[in-house]
Design a protein around this ligand. Structure first.
Ligand code: PHE
Length: 345
């Protein structure tokens, strides 16, 4: 009996050493046989009562060594198989396969247009000025030559803050012009991008919030011709090198003279016809020479300095550019809509 048991140990050791564990099936079989809950080594341990006392110690050691051998063999084979598998996975990689189209988010069309316009004006020396959206009456209106009883206040329906007659949500980023003019000395050359609010009924064409970029340039001897040249540069950058512009007389309280600028889109294409309502001219922005009253209100000597200002509505530009028919789409954050701009930077 004793010899038998030792013989079994020998056999097991030999079996372990020679086992071929090159695939995961044989590895699993091996694990069950030598390391699993019902392994054969434990069965062997039970034989200890049949071993004569003087050999019990030797027996224990040998059975333990089977366990150790089996564990070693198992771990080596396992890591070998894993190494082979990962090598195979790399070999199987098709490096020429097209990349998966994970959706990584996209820029909002308003941001795309805004960034583009900022870039165009920065190139000719304008710097971005940003200011508060909750403004006081003075910076939004009075400084901009629109005192309280001025009928032009009705042009922009205003949200006033609760319990306040002076604090409001800015109706245009001209309030940024006022803030810059009262704190900086000319020459001033800024663009003011940002969100503005008007108490208007929400429809496909208008919303109670939107974005503008306003520009302001003040220095000695700034002329209407300078403004026209700047705006022509802008139009050519944004609408293409062949673009023509025209300036139509208009009215804003803070500029004199005032104008509206149209860009020539032509009537050749259906889109151009639709955008321009058949006239070929697309209205793009409001502009004018800064009214001397505005300069004086902000502490700038209107005898010495002059300047021009312009204001562009971003939503309208984005709607034209991407053929978006309803302004509300720009504020609903529907991912099915926004996803369509993922290829644009
Ligand atoms: N502030 C004007 C508006 O919101 C736009 C504008 C800015 C017009 C500067 C002329 C000059 O309608």
């Amino acid at each position: 009996m004793t010899t038998d048991v030792f013989g079994i140990i020998e056999e097991m050791l030999a079996d372990i050493k020679s086992a071929d564990l090159s695939d995961s099936d044989s590895l699993e079989q091996f694990r069950r046989k030598y390391l699993g809950t019902k392994n054969q080594v434990n069965v062997l341990f039970k034989e200890i009562r049949n071993v004569p006392n003087e050999r019990k110690k030797e027996f224990g050691q040998q059975v333990n060594s089977i366990k150790l051998e089996a564990e070693l063999k198992f771990n080596q084979a396992k890591s070998e198989i894993e190494r082979e598998e990962s090598k195979k996975a790399v070999n199987d990689l098709d490096m020429s396969a097209p990349a998966g189209n994970e959706f990584v988010g996209s820029r909002h069309p308003v941001s795309i247009v805004m960034n583009r316009l900022i870039e165009v004006f920065e190139r000719i020396g304008f710097t971005v000025a940003e200011e508060r959206e909750i403004e006081d009456d003075w910076h939004n209106f009075s400084a901009m030559n629109t005192p309280e009883d001025h009928p032009a206040r009705d042009m922009q329906d205003t949200f006033y803050l609760k319990n306040s007659v002076t604090n409001l949500l800015r109706t245009h980023t001209s309030s940024v012009q006022a803030r810059v003019m009262t704190t900086q000395k000319p020459p001033i050359r800024i663009i003011a991008p940002g969100r503005v609010y008007r108490n208007e009924t929400i429809s496909a064409r208008s919303h109670c919030q939107f974005h503008q970029i306003e520009g302001l340039y003040i220095d000695e001897n700034v002329s209407f011709a300078d403004m026209k040249q700047t705006l022509l540069y802008f139009a050519k950058e944004v609408y293409g090198p062949q673009t023509d512009i025209r300036l139509r007389p208009s009215y804003f309280p803070f500029t004199e003279p005032s104008a509206e600028m149209d860009v020539w889109m032509g009537t050749d294409t259906e889109t151009a016809k639709k955008l321009t309502k058949g006239t070929g001219w697309l209205e793009v922005l409001g502009c004018g020479m800064v009214d001397p009253n505005v300069l004086e209100n902000c502490g700038i000597d209107s005898e010495k300095y002059s300047g021009f200002a312009f204001g562009i509505g971003i939503e309208r530009s984005a709607m034209q550019k991407y053929d978006i028919s309803d302004i509300r789409l720009l504020f609903e954050n529907d991912s099915r809509f926004l996803k369509q701009f993922s290829s644009v930077i």
